[in-house]
Write a protein that binds this ligand. Structure first.
Ligand code: PMP
Ligand code: GLN
Length: 398
């Protein structure tokens, strides 16, 4: 038999699936894969139920139902003052995952260079490669994950087509500063390049900070595609409704990519997400406040147990350095052992790197009920205290 697609044959099963399966196998509390453990808002779910029953269950329009395109445009205006045309500036997709692929398809020609920032979300690199793009990796380093400006500038060149920017960032919870965003914007203008902005955590920023889309910076609107996800904004990750906003010149191409990927997504879910996006400001504020409280519970608890937690300004996640625990193994071994022995699953941060990853960082999701976080911390305490004499004895095998 002839070999099938070489790039996909080299691509492993995503770490999120691997760790969730392990969590199920061991009955562990799953602080790995990022999904809330409570339902999203009841009124949005009821809107989806109602929408199933009113005779609009055939193919919706390719770019999304009008209600949702209008709601996406209105949300862009309400939260960021962005002027997006609901008819020509929005494409609704099956989750941000499809949106990312569709945006990359819209922009990349084989041989184009694509700037990716490590640690990076796991779908980015395989898709860039499948499209024939050449990844140019720029690495952020803990503990502050500051943008390495010289390295970023050096990564840009005549072949640079775009930067793929995840803000706020998974897994490290980084929120880019206005100065960092301005630096990126200046490089994009200088090199006449585009930005694909994965902003699925746009409403999950903490400590009163406001998310600043790169698209709002001067000169960026004509060269930026901005991606959101109802999964994150409404705690409905299984619905897989995403949306891309941008200028007509680019959105028309995203629409063509989308027509070849899925063509459309479930109409009742789209209509319910439109109801969600029209919720009052108080909903969005309370979403962030509730998550921040959960971050604080997990952060304090992990610190008390000897994890060196790194600051997280947004997203569902805390990263923690395990060096102080004295574990004899890397982050993957640690996460597997912790899942099996402590009954708590997390994600090894090395999965977010292409080569030479840090090996002492693990990612914990805090989008869980406070009681669940407390229970996870209690389990960790039992595990760590049992192993603490001495902790060096705590190996991947034991
Ligand atoms: N981008 C990032 C950074 C993510 O963390 C995720 C997953 N939560 C996605 C994209 C995918 O979003 P969706 O579930 O809407 O496809
Ligand atoms: N985005 C989620 C995370 O980072 C996982 C999504 C998935 O499993 N594909 O945990």
């Amino acid at each position: 038999m002839k070999p099938a697609n070489a790039l996909l044959e080299q691509t492993g099963t995503t770490i999120f699936t691997v760790m969730s399966a392990l969590a199920t196998q061991h009955g562990a509390i799953n602080l790995g894969q990022g999904f809330p453990d409570t339902e999203g808002p009841a009124d949005i779910i009821q809107a989806a139920v109602d929408a199933l029953r009113d005779q609009r269950n055939q193919y919706p329009p390719l770019t999304g139902v009008p209600e949702l395109r209008l709601a996406v445009a209105a949300a862009n205006q309400r939260f960021y003052g962005l002027d997006i045309d609901p008819d020509t500036g929005v494409v609704v997709t099956s989750g941000a995952t499809e949106a990312i692929t569709a945006c990359l398809m819209a922009l990349i020609n084989p041989g184009d260079e694509v700037i990716l920032i490590e640690p990076l979300y796991d779908t980015y690199l395989p898709v860039v490669r499948l499209l024939g793009g050449t990844p140019r990796l720029v690495r952020l380093n803990p503990p502050d994950w500051a943008l390495p400006r010289a390295a970023l500038a050096a990564a840009f060149g005549p072949k640079t087509k775009l930067i793929l920017l995840n803000a706020p960032m998974n897994p490290c919870g980084k929120v880019f500063s206005p100065e960092e965003l301005a630096f990126i914007a200046a490089l994009l203008v200088q090199h006449d390049a585009y930005a694909v902005c994965d902003e699925v955590y746009e409403h999950l920023v903490f400590s009163g900070a406001r998310h600043i889309p790169l698209m709002t910076l001067p000169g960026m609107a004509p060269r930026t595609l901005r991606i959101g996800s109802a999964g994150k904004t409404f705690a409905l990750t299984g619905w897989k409704i995403g949306y891309v906003s941008g200028p007509e010149s680019l959105i028309s191409l995203v629409a063509k990519a989308h027509q070849n990927l899925t063509f459309t997504s479930a109409p009742n879910l789209q209509r319910a997400v439109a109801v969600g996006l029209a919720k009052p400001d108080a909903y969005f504020a309370s979403l962030a406040a509730a998550l921040q409280a959960r971050r604080d519970i997990l952060e304090a608890g992990l610190r008390g147990l000897g994890f060196n937690t790194l600051p997280t300004g947004g997203s569902y996640f805390i990263t923690a350095d395990i060096t102080g625990l004295g574990f004899a193994g890397d982050d993957l071994a640690f996460c597997k052992t912790m899942t099996a022995k402590a009954g708590v699953a997390a994600i090894p941060v090395s999965a977010f790197y292409v080569a030479d990853p840090p090996q002492t960082l693990v990612r914990f999701a805090f989008c869980k009920q406070p009681a669940v976080l407390h229970e996870a911390l209690a389990r960790l305490e039992i595990w760590l205290s049992g192993a603490a004499k001495p902790l060096r004895a705590l190996t991947a095998a034991g």
